[in-house]
Design a protein around this ligand. Sequence first.
Ligand code: NAD
Length: 440
Amino acid sequence: MDTTIPEILTPETTIMNTTARNRQGMYRVVMDQFEHAADIMGLDPGVRKILSRTNSEIVVHFPVKLDDGSIEVFTGYRVQHNNALGPYKGGLRYHQTVDLDSARALAIWMTWKTALAGLPYGGGKGGVEINPKLYSPGELERITRRFTYALGDNIGPDLDIPAPDVNTNPQIMAWIADTYSSTKSPATRFTNLHVVTGKPLGAGGLEGRDRATGFGVVATLKAWSKRTGKPLSGMRYIVQGFGNVGYWTSHFLAEEGALLIAVQDASATIYHANGIDPEDLNRHVEGNNRSIAGYDKAGTLTPEEFFGLPCDIVVPAALGNQITASNAGNIKAQVVAEGANGPTDTEGEAILRKNGVDIIPDILCNSGGVIGSYYEWLQNKRSESWKIEEVLEMIHDKVDSAFNKVVVTAEEFQVNWRDAAYIVALRRLEKTYKERGIFP
Ligand code: NAD
C-alpha cells in the first residue's frame, strides 16, 4: 500500500515559486541584513542561494458572507521560507499592509529567529490583508475559519504552525485550531491541536504564552544591562505599540524599576515625564477598542515627537520600518530593544550605530514569543501541561543562551550584535545543509 500522502491543495489555493523580484519595504531590509552577514562569514554559495529564496508562497482569495448578507472576497498569504531545521513556524497578521513582500520578509526573519534560538523549526509568516477594526466579531470568526479552510493542508502540526501576530490573538488561534481539526477525521482531532500556538488555555494553550514575547524582550534587556553595567532600575523607556508585545514588555520593565514615560500606538502618542502606569494604561486599552487614545493621565504629543524624547530605552513593538533615516538621528536613548520585527531599516540602523546607540536585534530580542510557542507545541504533542513558573524559566534560559552565543560570535568576528545573531543562525543552517546534502 502506498502510504505517502499527497499534498492537498484546495481549489482556492495557488502556490508560486519565488523568482527574482523588486525588493522593497521590509523585504529589502531583511535581504540587506542577510547579504551583509553572509559576506562577513563567507556563507557557502549554494546555501546562500537556497536561503535567498522562499520555498513556497501561498496566496488565497476566499469569500465570506458579512453580517449584512453581502459577500466580500479577502486575500490571505502564507509564505514558507525554509524548513531545513523543522516545520515552518511564524505568525499570522491581520492588517491592511499585509502583502506578499511583507509576508516574505517576516517569514525570512522567522527562519533566522528559530535557528538562533536553537528550535527545531523553520520560518513562515502570513496573514490577511484586512483592517480587522472594520469587522464584527462574527465576521472575524468567519474570515478566520474560511482563511484556515483555504490554506487547507498547506499548514499542519508537523508542516507549518501559525501563531498570533499583529491584530491576531488567542481567540483567533482557537478558531484556526478548531477549523483545521474539524476538517480531519474525528480519530485524529486531538493530534492536531498543535497546528497553531498562542491558543487560549482552555483550547490547549500554554500558561505564560501571552507574556512570552515581552518577557523575552526584558530578558534581553537584563542581559544587556549586565553586560554594559548599566542598571535598568531608574531608566526611562518609551514603547511604540501597546498590544501584546508593548504591554508585556512595559509590565516586565516596570518590575525592574524602569519608568515608562511615553507610548505611541496607531491611535495616539502619549507622554508623562513622571511616568505612566502600564497596568492602568492596559486597563484603559482593554476597554477602549485596544487603543491608548483618550487616556487622561498623560498628555499627548505629535507622532513625530515620539522617537526624539529624552530616554534610555526605546522599544519599538508595532510595525516594521519605523526607525528610518527620517527619525533615527533624533533618538537619544542608549539602547533600542527591537520587540517588533524589522522595526529599523538599513539607513536608520546606520545612523543609530554612528551615534553609538546599542541595538538588541529583533531575531534575538523578541524570540521569547516563538520559544513560548515551541513549549506550547511540545506540551500539546506530549499531552502535558506545565506551570507558568516552569515555562518562564525555560524561556529565560533559551533567550539567555541565544544572547550569549551572539555576544561570543560578535567578539569572534568583531561585528555588531545584529550581524552576530545572523551568523549564529546561518552557521546552524549551513551545517545542516552540508551534513544532510541536497535531494536527490
Ligand atoms: P498587537 O496587534 O497586539 O499590537 C500592535 C500594536 O501596534 C497596537 O498597539 C497598535 O495600535 C500598534 N500600531 C499599529 N500600527 C501602528 C503605527 N503605525 N504606529 C504606532 N503604533 C502602531 O501586535 P503584537 O503581537 O504586539 O506585535 C507587535 C510587533 O511584535 C509586530 O512587529 C510583531 O511581528 C512582533 N512580534 C510579536 C510577537 C507575538 O508573540 N505577538 C512575537 C514576536 C514579535
